[in-house]
Design a protein. Sequence first.
Length: 320
Amino acid sequence: MKKIPVYMISGFLGSGKTTVLLNMLKEFKRNNLRPGIILNELGEINVESHLFENQHIRELLNGCICCSIQDDLKATLNEFIEEMTKNTIDVLLIEGTGVANPLEIKEALLGTEYTEYFELHSMISLIDASQFLEYQSIFSSSAEVRKLLKEQISSASVVLLNKVDLVKEQSLAKMEGKIKEQIETDVPIYKTKFGVIPEKELFLKRYRVNHDDRSDEHHHHAHHHHSTINALRIDKLPAIKKRELESWLIGLPKTVLRGKGIIQLESGGFYNFQFSSGTLLFEKIRDSSTIQPTMILIGDQLNKDEILENYNRTFKTKSI
């Protein structure tokens, strides 16, 4: 049986992983390739499910596939092996949560029960250029966040330094220097906007398995590297104004690192929103017949009671 090529996408919260995944799916469609997708979320629901309609997708929710639900990852890989026997997929894409350690996902793929079926082609790591230097600082981030970023970068076979349009050239040069200290010399770094690079570069087989990858000494990664990072779900959102939501999100504590969800605007229509790096983006949802407004906030040591109290004080006066 022909091995299925696997592309793993990692990167910290808000770095642009899903955008890259969607770009890859468009390219596979142009080349008549049938992708399988494993999509992992920390929250109880995936508020971006509508972006993957008619795709061969498995969602692993409410945990991280590198630790708390790693058994679910293996069960899902087994399901895709069954799909391979039916010749229904040509390539597999794995997007971990923003706090996933790609080294542990790699270990699962390189386990003896899977090497006959899957071949790891590339470990793509995204970095949010607008937040990278701040996350590296001991004054503005936790030791867990810094450790996690190092793991995501050092494991990469290709690095996308994303959102470069939000920073100055001088800062980019400093970032590149710090990144090069953490990667192998042959790992390329691409400066990107919206994660866009030439397809031939993104789909190259860059990963090479060596003996050390399968040695027992490499199976010691801590499973609690993001124990302080969690998600808060808020349901039954009222119809609100864009500027109201933006003002509220920007005013949240700095411990809130990421926000996303679906809202209904007072002016009409349902929208998917993405909040990271202090920037709020909206995209209209065409078919909203089955959609319920929901918000997911992810952060480091979130004070959930404080955030909910703030939310109720700001929005509860509106009709739900």
